[in-house]
Design a protein around this ligand. Structure first.
Ligand code: ME8
Length: 501
């Protein structure tokens, strides 16, 4: 059995509907998963839901629902959302599933037996919003806590703690020896800075049932449930080992947002070490989306509804905008004007126009039959394919799209330069017209192959319009000359209808 490329998203709290930030994370993970598939690797892609903890319990209470019933309803929406985005996930974890809960309890029992936990009294402050304990040193100079913590309450209780602190130097050494473990580099430097300048506190891994009962009971003390983060992080392994038919662990990439780096780059490696498991190869950290320069927030109404955008503009227009607009790392800003502008210029007038005029001319001038091979654009296509291949291997999605669009632009310029509509008027130019038409339709075919990880529906439509029955899902097929003379293409239809804006 050979190891599969195993990639995960964070798992999402089921306390509301998915928003732009969640959609972005799912899409970049899907593009990386598809990229590896198109490069010929076997891939396992996991996404899912984080269903326990106070946040979810409170959201259920606010709707006067039993937490499990509440999660079941929302889980159906989230699963439908994954389908709407055409994610190629191989499984969908819900942390309330028996397969996950049993695994978490088995790990807890093992760690407890191995002396990794101790019971101690905790006096301090608690942020429900962040599900985290706070101390005096988290106060701001004016004595208050940062509003991002929400309502902070004072609390004294007995809990179980996991011995994190003992592994601080080991983790520093590990991250220094493995420069790609946390990416981009500036996130890695932040983690190292945090570890070198702070004493790592032990991690509280329990919550008393008297305060919170929506969680996985500790197998060794029924008065407690497991801290939601300990439960959540373990999903990456519980599901990997729920698939004995594949070799999955260690994960190749955990894709997460910038707010949860500490959990993934500090707590999780130490948990895995204690569990006797190898560490994931990489934690890949993306930035956060804003809209119109302000935080996305349901309460202020500053939101982008991904489903509404997809229903109006199509899935691939949505996928394209978020991937082309924002590299993995920095923060991004959604504007409706920016979205429409990319739709119009890059999709409708760029790619869509290239395909439509290339196929329409082939229909009109050659009855839809591919002429003899010609290779005027072969070098341009090969350059775009080589660049895309190299960039996809490094998860440089935005840069890869940029290279691919270089080929779209080149082919559109080629139409303007060679003027096939004029050539068609002159019978003496019949052979030249054949050459031009071949270069155009073959470039469209190569583009479909290169675009498949990013815009899978569009890639499939291009192949169908070219009259090809296979799927454009293997990058090797980007080699020039795939279309043969005499092949009959299908019907040209606009990929991205122009819209009044
Ligand atoms: O943190 N832009 O869940 P979550 C980009 N359950 N990404 C964003 C975003 C935005 N505006 N808002 C949120 C949790 N995200 C835990 C994770 S993993 C074992 C447990 C991203 O639903 C965020 O950075 O609050 C995170 O990666 C993901 O959405 C889930 O956030």
């Amino acid at each position: 059995m050979s190891k599969r490329f195993y990639i995960t998203t964070a798992i999402y709290y089921v306390n509301g509907q998915p928003h732009l930030g969640h959609a972005y994370e799912m899409i970049i993970t899907d593009v990386i998963a598809r990229s590896r598939r198109t490069l010929g690797q076997e891939v396992f892609f996991l996404t899912g839901l984080d269903e326990h903890g106070q946040k979810v319990q409170q959201a259920a209470q606010a709707e006067k629902k039993d937490p499990q019933a509440y999660c079941d309803e929302l889980a159906a929406d989230w699963q439908a959302f994954a389908k709407k985005l055409e994610l190629t996930n191989n499984d969908f974890v819900r942390t309330t599933q028996a397969r996950h809960k049993e695994y978490v309890q088995a790990q807890l029992a093992k760690l407890h037996a191995g002396g990794q936990f101790y019971k101690s009294s905790y006096v301090g402050f608690y942020s429900t919003k962040e599900e985290t304990f706070l101390t005096e040193k988290d106060r701001r100079p004016d004595g208050t806590f940062d509003p991002s913590y929400g309502n902070v309450t004072e609390l004294k209780e007995e809990n179980y703690f996991f011995k994190l602190g003992a592994h601080q130097q080991w983790l520093i050494d590990y991250i220094e020896a493995n420069p790609t473990f946390v990416q981009p580099d500036y996130r890695r430097n932040e983690v190292l800075g945090f570890l070198k300048n702070n004493k790592l506190e032990d991690l509280c891994i329990s919550r008393p049932v008297s305060r919170l009962n929506w969680g996985i009971p500790l197998p060794f003390d029924q008065d407690y449930v497991t801290f939601v983060w300990f439960d959540a992080l373990v999903n990456y392994t519980s599901i990997a080992f729920a698939h004995p038919e594949f070799e999955l662990w260690p994960a190749d990439i955990h894709v997460i947002g910038k707010d949860i780096v500490k959990f993934h780059a500090v707590y999780w490696p130490i948990m895995l070490k204690a569990m006797g498991l190898p560490l994931p190869k990489q934690v890949l950290v993306h930035g956060w989306w804003q809209k119109d320069g302000a935080k996305i927030s349901k309460s202020t109404g500053n939101i982008v509804d991904p489903i509404a955008v997809i229903n109006e503009w199509g899935l691939d227009a949505f996928r394209f905008y978020v991937l082309r607009e924002l590299d993995i790392g920095p923060d991004g800003n959604w504007t409706d004007a920016g979205f429409k502008s990319r739709y119009q210029s890059e999709l409708a007038n760029g790619l869509g126009n290239l395909l439509n005029r290339s196929l329409s001319m082939l229909k009109k001038y050659r009855g839809g039959i591919v002429p003899a091979k010609s290779d005027e654009l072969a070098a341009d296509a090969a350059r775009a394919a080589d660049e895309a291949r190299a960039l996809l291997k490094q998860n440089q999605l935005q840069a890869a799209l940029h290279s691919i669009w270089g080929l779209v632009t080149r082919a559109n310029q080629y139409v303007d330069q060679t003027r096939p509509f004029s050539l068609a008027k002159n019978p003496a130019q019949a052979q030249r017209l054949d050459e031009v038409l071949y270069n155009l339709v073959e470039t469209c075919r190569v583009l479909a192959v290169l675009l498949w990880p990013f815009l899978p529906g569009t890639a499939v439509k291009i192949y169908a319009q070219l009259g090809l029955s296979d799927e454009p899902n293997a990058l090797n097929a980007a080699t020039w000359g795939g279309l043969s003379a005499g092949h009959a293409i299908g019907e040209p239809t606009p990929l991205f209808p122009r819209k009044e804006v």
